[in-house]
Design a binder for this molecule. Sequence first.
Ligand code: NAD
Length: 267
Amino acid sequence: MHIDLTDRVVVITGGGRGIGAGLVSRFAGEGARVVALDLAFGEEGTSGGAATGDGVPVGDRILRLDCDVSDPSSVASAVAAIDDRFGRIDVLVNNAGINVEGLIDDLDFARWQKCFDVNVGGVFLMSQAVAPIMKRQKSGRIINAASFAAIVPSIGSAAYAASKAAVVQLTRVLAGELGPWGVTVNAYAPGMIPTAMNGFAEMAPDAQGRLLDTLTLRRWETPDDVADLITYLASDQASYITGALIDVSGGKLATQIPSRAYDAARL
Ligand code: NAD
C-alpha cells in the first residue's frame, strides 16, 4: 500500500515536541506541507524561536506558528493565517494536550478546568475553526489524540482520563455532523510513549519494568508507532473510517497479566 500525502496541508497542534514533533517530521517526510502549532517553540529541546504572526518556516515543508489551542482568539488567528497562506486545510491533528494528575481529594478545580480547557476545549475550538474550510473543500480529516486512559483510567487521572473520554465522544459527534461534507473524524488511543509529559524514561528501572509489564508488546511506544497510524488515517486509503477510536497502545491490558506470556516464553 502506498500512502501519498504529497502537498496535503496538514495542521498539527502541539507540534513543538514529543509525539507532535514526531508527527510533524513524518508528515513532512511524506511530502505534506505541515503547519506545527504550539506554545512551546523556543523551549529547550525544540529548535527555532517563537513563531508569531505569519509563522516561521523550517525547511521548505514545515511552518511553525504560535497558537494556544485553549484560547479562541489565538485559534481564530492561527487558522485564518493558515487559510490565507495555503487556501486549504486537508488534515487537522489535534495532538496538543496536558497531563493533570491528582487524587480526587487533592485535585483543585482550577487544574481540572485547565485540563479540560486544553484537552477538550482545544479539540473543540480547532475543529470548529477548521470545519468551515473543510466543508468548503467537501473533504478533510480531523484526527484527535485521546489516550488509553479514555478506555482504562489510572488512579489519580480523574481530570486527564475524563478529558480524554470527552475527546472520544466529541469525535463521534463531529464525525456525525461533518459526514455530509465527506470529512472524517477519528480518535486514537496511544499507550506509553516516554515524553516530557510523563517522565517514563527518567523512572527507576523497576518502576519502568512494572509499566512495561502491562503491555502485550513489551516495549515503549515511539512517536513513529503513532505516526504510522496517523498518516494512514490521513490518507485516501482511510476514507471510509470515521467516528472510530483506534487503540494504538501495543495491547496495553489487552489481557489481565500480559507479562505471563513473557515468563512462559522465558524472554
Ligand atoms: P508533550 O507534553 O511532550 O507534548 C505536548 C505538546 O502540546 C507540547 O509541545 C506543548 O507545548 C503543547 N501544548 C500544551 N498545551 C498547549 C496549548 N494550550 N496550545 C498549544 N499547544 C499546547 O506530550 P506528548 O506525550 O507528546 O503528548 C501528545 C498527545 O498525546 C497529548 O494529547 C497526550 O495526552 C497524548 N498521549 C500521550 C501519551 C504518552 O504516553 N506520551 C499517551 C496517550 C496519549
